[in-house]
Every structure is written in structure tokens, then in C-alpha cells.
Design a protein. Structure first.
Length: 284
């Protein structure tokens, strides 16, 4: 609504009163924003949608990891995907429920859609956190920083410092001494835990990441964003959803790109794949 991206937004929740209240609250901003029809509806209302965003999932509490809620989330995601597909949905499924890599894979299997059209929000949020954290340390705008977190959206994620750039400069060339990668990566990895400790959940960062992905698809932008997609051999990893930079357009993921990582980062990426595969073994 704030970015005039869609004319219609339907909210569906197992708790219809909650969906109605959220729709009413959002609609209250309509006159001051970019009007859209926003209502609480049914899966049938979403049948013709261009994008369905699955945010229903088991939330994590305290220091619970995202992987720890996988089984509970899987049942919810399965139910949502089955119902939207039953209604005749044939657009792009964007999964935000955690653990997002496994939930996107589960949504792929439950939907029967081509993998290009089943996307997890992945590490777009973590990459945004990395850029913000580096920006604070380097006293520049986050937009001046090009940096990626790859792999799992979770504890095994890989902050790819070797390819991080400020206006084309590697970090050690921009700042001497460069910020400590171990400290920065830890801040990025634990950011969600700290926000959840303070307010109980995260919302604005992930919502903005979801909107950015929707924008890329709705406007057929062909922008490159790190999102979770089905890997088919990239960096030696196959048959698992993980984040790598993807060209996103009207058809969803149009190309998966493989950055030139350091050997240690590539090994960490493969270890991340193993962690996600192990957690998914009983689920998929
Ligand atoms: N990918 C990310 O970066 C990211 C960021 C934040 C949250 N999340 C994930 O998003 C999910 C939701 O988080 P939250 O904080 O909004 O949790 P929440 O508990 O506040 O909301 C979950 C909602 O899902 C609804 N729901 C449950 N089962 C349903 C079903 N079968 N059909 C329809 N609706 C159903 C509930 O009624 C509830 O309103 C969690 O899995 C969380 O980990 C992901």
C-alpha cells in the first residue's frame, strides 16, 4: 500500500478476527497513502493473485532456533499451500515462514509449481542487516555498501566479506583497520534473537524485504537479490533451498548467480547446506 505496488491485498489467517482487524487498521492508512483494496478474505479470493506470501508459521521464542520450529511450521505451511493451490492459484509463492529455507522447499513440493516460482525470503533480510551493520561501523550510508549473506537464513548463514565492497573497494581498502568480520557476522546472525528478546517478534525488516521481492516480481525488474531458491549444483550443492543472489523478474527466479567466494566462505556455504539438509531430512 505504501509503495502503490498492488491494487488489491487480501489477508488470510486461521484467526479471521485478526485478519479483519489488520485489514481495517491497514485500510485506515489508505487515504494518506496509495489506495489499495485491502480486506480479510479466503483462499478463493487469492486464486487470481500474482503473488501469495506465506507468513503463517510457528514463531520462535527466546533463544529457540529457527530450525527448532521446523515441524510445527511445516504443518502450517503445508495447509496454506494446499488451500491456495486448491483454489487455483498459479502465481509466485513467496515464503517467509521459518525456517524459511526448509519451508520454501516444503512449499515447492506441496504446490507442484516450478521452482522458479517458489521463493524463500532467505538472506535478503540478513544481507540488509549486514549492510546496515557495516554502514554504522564505516560511517557511510548502507546504500553505499554492497554485501551479501548467503546460505541458510539462520545460525549457519555465511557473511561473504571477501566480496563486500564500498563503492567498488574491498573493505580493507576502504577502512584501515577494517571492521572485525567475526564481530560483524555475529551481530548480524544474532540480530533477530535480540529483537525478539526486546519486542517479541521481528516485523519491519522482514516486511520490507518481502515488499522488495514483490516489487522485483511485479515490476519485472530483473534485479539481483539474495533469496532462497532450489539449488541444482551451485558451489557443489544440490536439492536444497538456500540463498544465493538471484535475478528476479516476472517469472520469479530467472537465474541463480554464484559469487566468487573465498575457499573458507565456499566451505562454510557447503556446511550451511549440510545443516539445512540434516534438519530437513525428517521433514521433506
Ligand atoms: N523469514 C524471515 O526473515 C522471518 C522474519 C520474521 C518472522 N518470520 C517467520 O514468520 C512466521 C510468523 O511469525 P509471526 O511473528 O508473525 O508469528 P505469529 O504467531 O504472530 O503469527 C502467525 C500467524 O499465523 C496464523 N496461522 C497459524 N496457522 C495457520 C494456518 N494453518 N493457516 C493460516 N494462518 C495460520 C496465526 O493465526 C497467526 O496470526 C514465523 O515462522 C516466523 O519465524 C520469518
Amino acid at each position: 500500500m505504501l509503495r502503490a505496488l498492488f491494487r488489491e491485498i487480501v489477508l488470510i489467517d486461521a484467526n479471521p478476527a485478526l485478519a479483519q482487524a489488520e485489514a481495517a487498521d491497514l485500510s485506515d492508512a489508505n487515504a494518506l497513502a496509495r489506495p489499495a483494496r485491502i480486506w480479510a478474505g479466503t483462499y478463493e479470493d487469492a486464486a487470481q493473485a500474482s503473488i501469495a506470501v506465506i507468513t503463517a508459521g510457528a514463531a520462535t521464542h527466546g533463544d529457540e532456533s529457527r530450525l527448532a520450529v521446523a515441524a510445527r511450521s511445516a504443518a502450517i505451511v503445508e495447509s496454506c499451500v494446499a488451500q491456495v493451490m486448491q483454489a487455483g492459484f498459479d502465481g509466485v509463492l513467496l515464503v517467509a515462514a521459518n525456517p524459511v529455507d526448509l519451508m520454501a522447499h516444503r512449499a515447492l513440493r506441496a504446490s507442484g509449481l516450478p521452482s522458479a516460482r517458489v521463493i524463500g525470503t532467505g538472506t535478503l533480510l540478513d544481507s540488509s542487516r549486514l549492510r546496515q551493520t557495516l554502514a554504522t561501523a564505516l560511517h557511510v550510508a548502507p546504500a553505499a555498501i554492497d554485501a551479501l549473506v548467503l546460505g541458510e537464513h539462520g545460525d549457519s548463514e555465511v557473511a561473504a566479506f571477501s566480496i563486500a565492497r564500498v563503492a567498488g573497494l574491498p573493505l580493507p581498502a576502504f577502512a584501515d583497520p577494517a571492521p572485525d568480520p567475526t564481530v560483524i557476522a555475529c551481530q548480524v546472525r544474532t540480530a533477530a534473537y535480540e529483537i525478539i528478546a526486546g519486542k517479541g517478534y521481528t516485523s519491519f525488516g522482514v516486511a520490507t524485504a518481502i515488499v522488495r521481492i514483490c516489487e522485483a516480481i511485479a515490476r519485472d525488474e530483473r534485479v539481483a537479490l539474495p533469496v532462497s531458491t532450489l539449488l541444482t549444483g551451485q558451489l557443489g550443492v544440490a536439492d536444497v533451498y538456500l540463498s544465493l543472489p538471484c535475478i528476479l523478474g516476472a517469472g520469479g527466479v530467472e537465474r541463480v548467480l554464484v559469487p566468487e567466494l573465498s575457499d573458507a566462505e565456499a566451505a562454510a556455504f557447503r556446511a550451511s547446506a549440510e545443516a539445512v539438509k540434516a534438519a530437513g531430512a525428517a521433514l521433506l
